[in-house]
Design a protein around this ligand. Structure first.
Ligand SMILES: Cc1cc2nc3c(=O)[nH]c(=O)nc-3n(C[C@H](O)[C@H](O)[C@H](O)COP(=O)(O)OP(=O)(O)OC[C@H]3O[C@@H](n4cnc5c(N)ncnc54)[C@H](O)[C@@H]3O)c2cc1C
Length: 403
């Protein structure tokens, strides 16, 4: 019997929006991080983008993620900066403009895995795992989805069985960003046995743990520079201190907090795709001549560019309002789901508009809009599909209406 498709949001009103808290006191640090990421993306990523896409990331992905981490000085940054979603969101946005797949992998290690370890972890767990993942000495991944638990994320079947001194995990995770290359895994499982029987909790696993294996990277439509794959757990034995954070604390709540941050991050990635699509399409339209004149002189092409501009300003405004709502303590689940839905839908539409402006060239991998269009589609699926975002919005609206 499938569980209630929106039950994952039941206790969201109880959740503090710290995952997306503003970094007001470190504004200049944010600007500096944006400048470094922008330069890195243009100077280092862009020349290797085709190769990274062709190789599904490959070893060069890890080399480049570490290079960026070193340039940003992530190992030295204070925990409150590393845990801040504005900080990771800024990096994601800058990297997405050049290669969304790289941004996805970087974000999964830094944001989904590293920030979860830092925010949820005990001091010992922060010391043993969070710092090295946040510094990209080790690559991280975050695994909730399973073959039978996608949109219905908390119907998961992976079991953590209590054994002498710890747990034995069995189950399968699917579609996990970085799984094929990860060193550290945050894995959600259902506890079997007292005192938390049936409860979902996050666990920390390492590549070397016996009983853990990962599958080959999936051959995907887009985000091809980011390796995605399955994790197989066959009685993977781990000590008790691998249960991430306070055992009393709801793992569902931990997952929802992370998903909320992910939705904000994906909206920022959408803006990156929209801005880049508009810029590339505008430059091309000014340059390309047909019927003896630049194609930008044709109103049909102008309308496309104008629609993309309208989308860009809409998503910028959505992100700014999101930051303001967080700052005033009024952030709501409905807002972030609506923003993610709108931003991701507009990103796909804009990238396809750009393909159209470039005509035949836009349909070839020689031109970057082709990759942006394929990558954009993932934003409508990852972190909860568009339909699931809308269902969450409707649920909140109806709750508000009935009170
Ligand atoms: C490239 C990539 C990277 C990913 N990275 C990660 C990761 O790092 N960690 C992780 O845990 N997961 C990850 N995911 C998984 C992602 O979150 C899921 O794919 C997503 O939540 C959708 O689940 P599903 O694929 O099982 O689709 P399904 O749940 O099977 O949905 C299929 C379709 O049915 C619709 N649908 C389902 N339920 C309803 C409903 N109640 N009402 C209306 N429509 C419905 C959906 O909207 C969708 O259109 C990744 C996925 C991809 C493709």
């Amino acid at each position: 019997m499938p569980s209630n498709p929106t039950h994952e949001y039941d206790d969201l009103r109880m959740i503090s929006p710290m995952t997306v808290s503003p970094m007001t006191s470190t504004g200049s640090l944010l600007e500096e991080a944006a400048r470094i990421a922008r330069h890195f993306a243009r100077a280092r990523l862009l020349p290797q983008a085709r190769e990274l896409e062709r190789d599904g990331g490959g070893p060069q992905l890890i080399v480049l993620m570490r290079e960026l981490a070193t340039t940003l000085g992530l190992a030295e940054l204070p925990a409150e900066v590393l845990a801040n979603a504005d900080f990771s969101g800024t990096l994601l946005y800058e990297l997405t403009r050049v290669l969304p797949g790289f941004a996805l992998s970087f974000g999964a290690s830094l944001g989904l895995c590293g920030q979860s370890l830092l925010r949820r972890g005990t001091p010992d767990q922060q010391e043993r795992w969070a710092r090295s993942v946040l510094a990209f000495e080790r690559i991280g991944c975050w695994a909730l989805t399973e073959p039978e638990a996608g949109s219905d994320a908390f119907s998961l079947r992976t079991i953590a069985r209590r054994v002498d001194g710890g747990f034995a995990l069995s189950g399968e995770k699917s579609f996990i960003t970085n799984a094929p290359i990860a060193d550290v895994f945050v894995i959600f499982a259902r506890i079997e046995g007292a005192p938390f029987d049936g409860q979902v909790r996050p666990f920390i696993l390492e590549r070397a743990d016996a009983g853990l294996a990962t599958g080959r990277p999936l051959d995907k439509m887009g985000m091809r520079a980011s390796p995605t794959g399955s994790i197989y757990l066959d009685e993977a034995r781990i000590p008790a201190d691998r249960l991430l954070g306070d055992p009393e604390e709801s793992g569902k709540r931990a997952a929802i907090e992370t998903l909320l941050g992910e939705r904000a991050g994906l909206s920022g990635m959408a803006l990156g795709i929209i801005e880049e699509s508009l810029q590339l399409a505008t430059a091309y339209a000014k340059d390309r001549r047909q019927f003896g004149q630049p194609i930008c002189t044709f109103q049909a092409v102008q309308l496309r560019l104008a629609r993309m501009y309208a989308a860009q300003e809409t998503v910028r405004a959505l992100l700014e309002r999101g930051r303001a709502l967080v700052a005033s303590g009024d952030a709501s689940l409905a807002y972030f789901c609506a923003a993610k839905y709108t931003a991701s839908t507009l990103a796909t539409a804009c990238a396809l508009e750009a393909v159209q402006v470039l005509g035949g060239n836009g349909y070839t991998a020689e031109y970057r809009v082709e990759g942006l269009a394929r990558d954009a589609k993932l934003l409508e699926i990852g972190g909860g599909t568009s339909d699931i975002q809308l269902l969450a919005v409707a649920r909140e609206l109806l709750k508000a209406g009935s009170s």
